[in-house]
Design a protein around this ligand. Structure first.
Ligand SMILES: [Zn+2]
Length: 180
């Protein structure tokens, strides 16, 4: 998740995504659990914080506990990993690791999230939750085979979960990449 200004930019493929919103929600019963198809570890590429903020971990775990049942039912995602890392740079709050959608891996820059929460006068709980859900949206993009990874959709996904505990409409599309 980038800083706020970024989400106001027009995203490529926006119109296409709108058309997809018209497709109705998939039948949850048809969704089978995804087979974890990667062994990615954030340590490979990022400086993992060895002693992360305990409150931040608790918030991340609470977000996971709450959203995982819905992710599992809708997309077969049984788990995801949140790792707090050092400085992602250039205002970046979090990053979804491409290719990990079967069990999404994301890295979060807690210091950057904390800083922007202070500037925007937002609770850290909200900052962490919306960063996680924003990055999950990118995993869903990949899972749904959406090549245009819209930042607008990711922000919409984060906002819709935060406000209404619902998945944004653009996710109402049948996953195409389940294990055969
Ligand atoms: Zn993003």
């Amino acid at each position: 998740m980038q800083q706020q200004q970024k989400s106001k930019q027009a995203a490529p493929g926006g119109e296409d995504s709108l058309r997809r919103d018209a497709i109705s929600s998939p039948d949850p019963i048809a969704v089978q659990e995804l087979f974890k198809s990667h062994d990615y570890e954030a340590e490979w590429e990022y400086l993992v914080i060895e002693d992360p903020d305990e409150a931040a971990i608790k918030i991340a775990n609470d977000v996971k506990t709450e959203i995982l049942p819905e992710l599992r039912m809708r997309f077969g995602i049984a788990d995801f990993t949140v790792t707090f890392v050092e400085d992602l740079g250039s205002g970046c709050l979090g990053k979804y690791i491409d290719g990990t959608y079967t069990q999404p891996v994301m890295v979060l820059d807690f210091a950057a999230i904390k800083a922007i929460c202070e500037v925007d006068d937002v609770d850290i709980e909200v900052g962490i939750e919306t960063t996680i859900t924003h990055e999950l949206a990118h995993a869903i993009h990949e899972l749904l085979g959406l090549t245009a990874r819209s930042e607008i959709q990711a922000e919409e996904f984060a906002r819709e979960w935060w406000k209404n505990r619902r998945f944004a409409k653009w996710t109402h599309r049948k996953p195409t990449v389940f294990r055969s």
